[in-house]
Write a protein that binds this ligand. Structure first.
Ligand code: ZN
Length: 177
């Protein structure tokens, strides 16, 4: 599977497929978007918002959540500190909603991760229940993420943070108040 992508890449570069994407590293719109890694959103999210290469910073993970106040999402927002607006975009039918730590631990064990290692990590202070948690509704999760950013001690208070849920099929955005 990766080999297919690598050989496509050789053709892409050879045929100068990149030319229409050339831009610089500074975003044209001072917006950062935090969204879900769901594959249905890969093209739909930018297309439905009219975002082109070079426009905005997009930070993605499973569920568009902030699992740690000093984890990689906040770190990425720190790097993009010159942005003035942050959009949190959850989506309908999000798979991360159903995340469940005990089911995931069972899957880890099926894939050969020994119980002793899981116990050891728990002993080291990792709380699997909170780290691998899902959420009740996309709206509630987006609301929580918006609040986490608005109340973060290192995020300037003049940054606008707004939450939305995008329809995974039509791309329709619904604001989360
Ligand atoms: Zn999702």
């Amino acid at each position: 599977m990766i080999d297919e992508l690598v050989s496509y890449n050789r053709e892409f570069v050879k045929n100068k497929g990149y030319e229409k994407y050339i831009t610089n590293k500074y975003p044209d719109k001072k917006i950062a978007i935090v969204s879900c890694m769901d594959t249905r959103l890969t093209e739909l999210l930018p297309a439905s918002l009219g975002i082109k290469n070079g426009d905005v910073k997009i930070i993605k993970n499973a569920g568009a959540i902030i699992s740690h106040p000093f984890g990689s999402v906040i770190r990425s927002l720190m790097v993009a500190i010159y942005v003035v607006e942050v959009m949190i975009i959850g989506h309908t039918d999000c798979g991360a909603k159903h995340m469940n730590s005990s089911e995931m631990i069972e899957k880890m064990k099926e894939r050969g991760i020994p119980q002793e290692r899981i116990d050891m990590i728990r002993y080291c202070g990792i709380n699997f229940e909170s780290w691998l948690r899902g959420f009740e509704t996309s709206e509630a999760s987006v609301h929580e993420t918006v609040e986490q950013i608005r109340n973060h001690p290192l995020i300037p208070s003049d940054i606008t943070v707004r939450g939305f849920v995008i329809d995974s099929v039509t791309g329709e955005l619904t604001p989360v108040e």
